[in-house]
Design a protein around this ligand. Structure first.
Ligand code: GAR
Length: 208
């Protein structure tokens, strides 16, 4: 008889900084709203507040420094830890590094990222400032599958946020961040449910 797959899926969270998206995910996992466990949290920066919060919560928190390493050399170390911790879904949560083709090939359609704009508009750094300076009236956030290009893979979920006349970059960023915290957990649940199929660039819902 074939061994049955594990009931609880295992998340690996990668971050580089503040970690507010990680905290929202961890809270939803703890509240039973995401049917998964956080198997490991990895930071490439030793001083990332998100990593300290992971430690405080008693999670397996690892610092893998990226300084001075070639992209793939670094990614091989990260993938080794994700494999060792039997991670099913990798969630980038403010992980400010491009992944190598090697990393992407190890987790096909199993790496998610969140970005603070309605992609493909405003990829890269300071997306909220880019949107504000461009004068758009609607921006938002996007959860997408990760490929080897910057903020570029197939879109899983998006949420629109209006830009108000009185907005500053800071007030706009704060409203987008609130939506990020909701939409990332929802996207994770959708992916874990197995009811999504990727067809080219399109992510299509199928009945489970
Ligand atoms: C978030 O706004 C996230 O969307 C963004 O970094 C911030 C991390 O905040 N990610 C990107 O711009 C990816 N290109 P957090 O550490 O509080 O989650």
């Amino acid at each position: 008889m074939e061994p049955s797959p594990p009931l609880t899926q295992r998340l690996g969270v990668l971050l580089s900084g503040r970690g507010s998206n990680f905290i929202a995910i961890a809270d939803n996992v703890a509240a039973g709203k995401i049917p998964a466990v956080i198997a490991v949290v990895i930071s490439n920066r030793p001083d990332a507040p998100g990593l300290m919060e992971a430690e405080r919560r008693g999670l397996d928190a690892r610092m893998i420094p990226s300084r001075g390493l070639e992209r793939e050399q670094y990614d091989r170390q990260v993938v080794e830890v994700l494999r060792e911790r039997q991670v099913d879904l990798v969630c980038l949560a403010g992980f400010m590094r491009l992944l190598s083709p090697y990393f992407v090939s190890q987790f096909p359609s199993r790496i998610l990222n969140i970005h603070p704009s309605l992609l493909p508009a405003f990829p890269g750094l300071e997306a909220q400032r880019q949107a504000w300076e461009h004068g758009v009236q609607i921006t938002g956030c996007t959860v997408h599958f990760v490929d080897e290009n910057l903020d570029a893979g197939p879109v899983v979920l998006q949420k629109a946020v209006p830009v108000l006349e009185a907005d500053t970059v800071e007030s706009l960023s704060a409203r987008i961040l609130e939506e990020e915290h909701r939409v990332y957990s929802e996207a994770i649940c959708r992916v874990l449910s197995g009811c999504l199929r990727v067809e080219g660039r399109r992510v299509i819902g199928v009945s489970a």
